[in-house]
Design a protein. Sequence first.
Lengths: 217, 477
Amino acid sequence: MRSLTNLCAAALLLLPLACTQTGGEHARAVYVLLDVSGTYSTRLDAANPVINYLLGTLVSGDSLTLASIDSASFSERNIISQVTFDARPSVANEQKRALRKRLDAFLADLHPSAHTDVSGAVLQAAQYLHESGAGHRYILIFSDLEQDLPKGYVRKAHVSLSGTKVVAMDVTKLHSDNVNPQLYLDRLAYWKNAVTTDGGEWQVVNDMNHLDRVFHD
Amino acid sequence: MSGKTFFTLWSDSAAVSAVIWLLILLIVLYVARAPAQLLLRRLGGLVYRALRLAARALLRASERVNARNREVMLVQAREHQVQRLQREFERVAAYVNRDLSGYPALNRQLSGMSAQVEEDFQHSGEVPPMPPPWVEAVNSIARIPANGDPVIGSILRNVQDMLDKSSRQVVEAYRKAAGRRHEILQRMLPLWRGMNRRLEGVEKLFAGLGERTRKIDHQVARLEAIIAGTDQVEETLKSSAVTQFFIASLLLLITVVGGIINFNLIAMPMSEMVGGASYIGPFRAADVAALMLVAMEVSVGVFLMDALRFTHLFPAVGTMEDKVRRRVMLLMLVFLTVLACIESSLGFMRNLLAADREALIQQLAGGATATSAAFQYRWLPSLAQMVLGFILPFLLAWAAIPLEMFVHSARTVIGLVAAAVLRLCALLLRLVGSLFDSVSKLLVVLYDTLISPMLLGERWLRGLRAGHGQSHKKTTA
């Protein structure tokens, strides 16, 4: 009887530990895709304030991945930096500094690509986010969303984007869009359809002042 | 059949139909008058009696609550008074142990002094040696005239010299004896003063004891009044409980605000200890840990106050053997100090983390490291947070006193409120019951008013019949 009581007491003491959850449904995972193709690479400065905002708001347990969109983006090679912030805030701050340094180095040594593989990058991002197990998943795309695959590349595969919010940031208008705005609207509609078909949520944010809405909705 | 068709059943003219329907209604109402009015009266009476019964039950419940409340209040007051008396007796015991334990020694000292004074007194009373009795006779001989006889003259001079010498010796002896007596009396002076001082001390001691005794008498009289349970005592206790309840609530509110400040002070740096990414259910583990730390401080404070016998929330602590209780008290004090040190370090860490975060944000914004006066004096808020972190646990420990006050007075206040609510409900039920009774009577009158043409007709017919009967009697007579 006494051992049973002790067992119950131990179980009660261990209950909070058993209920303790690290990351998981409370954590946020953000995957930022930076288009380094010729048509967008000059506009990448627009990503800086957003990444700074993310580094300022993401906390311990959250994760942030920076990756590039180039001619063939479905590859780990495209990942610039990937970090899950440490449980200790002081260590997390150091990780943020290191990540910022790596991004600065990447931007300083940027080589524009000839083609743009947006689908491959989104597939890669979806896979990574799915594996992270985070409760709140975001893909931020800094691109003009003009897909231009090299010859022979096929991007018909589908990965579930369920529970993921895909946000197209600062979608620039091409010269052809200026000639015919319908092309721009069709492009946005195509990506919206592609994302929602795979179970994701689609959003376009061109004004960076509205960034809060993306993460607070 | 639609409603309109039914309405115009008797005639195509709506007015005629309405009149016919009204007549039918009046006839029906007239025919059903007696049972309908009986039903209305009975229903009114039934609801009235039911509500009165319910009101009476509520009043009885209120009385029971009042009686129970009174009982609890008196028991609490009695316990409290007994504790106060016990404390008063403990004070007297401490007083007696401290001051009267030296009484035998004091008695011995006083006896010794008294014996010494008596002895000295006896010594001081010793009479110096008187001149021998023959001196008078020799003096008389020495005064005899020599009558010119040189031999007799020489003898008489020798006698005179011898007499003078003897007198001088006596005077000298007397002076010495007087000097000795003065010395003895001089020696007695500090003894008298010492005795006087000690006796004054004893007097003060007994005066203090008398004061305590009067206090005990007062407390005993109050306890007797509580045991007697007079109405005056009850009213005093009620008023005291309500006052205590409000004071304790206010103090507890202040403590809760203090607890929230304390929580905010340590929640952020706590993530450095338990991790900022862990969750317990929907709550951050760091927040839960901070809350637990504050709760632990309050708990330790409660035990400390109980061990100090300032509060009596846990009888097991208060009734411990003094030695064990003192150990528990020391242990709790050590715990509280350790918790205060932890909080103090967390307060320091909070400032470090805030500075680090600020630097990171500035770095991300592309700004240089700030060197303003605010950053130079950064140690000042850091120090303030450390001091606050150290002091707050000790302040929270005092929450036990208002907590005990609140617990004890809340029982009485809740009882008083419950009794008042029950009485109010009973009053409302009685009012509603009376309303139903009046409404039923009003409906009966209204019923008669509605069918008044029929009643008038009935009265007219009766009058006619009565008139006809009388004329018939007259004719037959």
